[in-house]
Design a protein around this ligand. Structure first.
Ligand code: P6P
Length: 319
């Protein structure tokens, strides 16, 4: 191996060391994401561009690989025998896999799938919960996550995760077909000049967001970075600093992004890296990890990123 990989910890060694009971689950998440990464690389060659012609519960057009990724991950997780249920952004209702399963997985199997046909970044987002936290039909808030992670299908395939004790990142070596620990204890810069926000919706935003947009335009030294895949946008800010927000609008006060499939896992990761995450309940800013979901597919406004940038936006809600 010419890349000193023998000195790097593999994902398997990392899980064995501190989370051995999740070894089978992570082996299957790893296997799923390697296959998805391969399918994405060959989408143009295998006729996997385009949509299925159906829409999901949110009205998003379902891409062919959305269905593929969803079914693949569920099948792989079922093989562990450890997963009681899977909640997926692509499914109207959760799917039960094993009545005696110890864990429950919430996932966005392929986030940003509108980027497939234009060869841009996508992600897979997942949360692992203790099945006990889903008893009595009550859904748990994000603070109950045992683990939150994402895979970024970018120029390289990276898996980033937290178990509540810092954030670590693994890079896939496609020759050796293994993830290696390349980013230990990722710490988010306290601030950054980049921001992700769909400014075109300016007239639909309420005053706080309009006030923020006016402010940064007047200041004039920020850079818009919008990948149409939150995993890509947020990974950029995790490394370089900055802020991502998908706010409420006058027409959609609950905004678009899904609490259990996108906001809670990404918030846990960002908070663990020293960043900050806020949502808005219509009256005040709140910690999204405290929101007890009433529906598994509920959406919430979100601001998350470097602490100083998030606080800067929060000021406009207070004023
Ligand atoms: P819009 C992708 O569909 C997603 O859920 C997020 O990953 C992304 O940040 C957002 O929606 C993009 O939404 O409305 O700009 O297409």
């Amino acid at each position: 191996m010419s890349k000193h990989l023998e000195t790097l910890q593999t994902l398997t060694e990392y899980i064995i060391k501190d989370h051995p009971d999740l070894l089978a689950v992570f082996a299957q998440i790893e296997a799923s994401t390697k296959i998805i990464a391969s399918k994405l690389r060959s989408a143009g060659l295998e006729g996997n561009y385009g949509i299925t012609g159906t829409t999901n519960v949110y009205g998003d057009k379902v891409q062919k690989l959305d269905d593929f990724a969803n079914s693949l991950i569920i099948k792989k997780l079922e093989a562990t025998g450890q997963i009681k249920m899977v909640y997926s952004e692509e499914l109207q209702d959760p799917v039960e896999l094993n009545k005696s399963g110890k864990y429950i997985i919430c996932m966005d199997p392929l986030d940003g799938s509108s980027n497939i046909d234009v060869n841009l970044n996508l992600g897979t987002i997942f949360s692992i919960y203790d099945a006990k936290d889903f008893e009595n039909r009550q859904l748990p808030n994000g603070d109950k996550q045992i683990c939150a992670g994402y895979v970024l299908y970018g120029t390289s395939c990276m898996m980033v995760m937290t178990f509540g004790d810092g954030v670590d990142g693994f890079t896939l070596d496609t020759e050796l077909d293994s993830y290696f620990l390349t980013h230990q204890n990722i710490t988010m810069p306290k601030s950054g000049k980049n921001y992700s926000l769909n400014e075109n919706a300016y007239n639909s935003y309420a005053e706080p967001v309009q006030g923020y947009i006016d402010f940064i335009k007047k200041e004039g030294n920020r850079k818009t970075r919008y990948a149409a895949a939150m995993v890509a946008d947020i990974h950029r800010f995790l490394i370089q600093g900055g802020v991502f927000t998908y706010p409420e609008t006058k027409q959609k006060p609950k905004s678009k992004l899904r609490l259990m499939y996108e906001i809670s896992p990404m918030s846990m990761i960002i908070n663990q890296a020293g960043g900050k995450s806020l949502s808005f309940d219509g009256r005040k800013l709140i910690n999204p990890l405290n929101i007890i979901p009433q529906e598994h597919d509920q959406t919430e406004p979100i601001i998350l990123g470097s602490k100083e940038n998030v606080d800067e936006i929060a000021k406009f809600y207070k004023d």
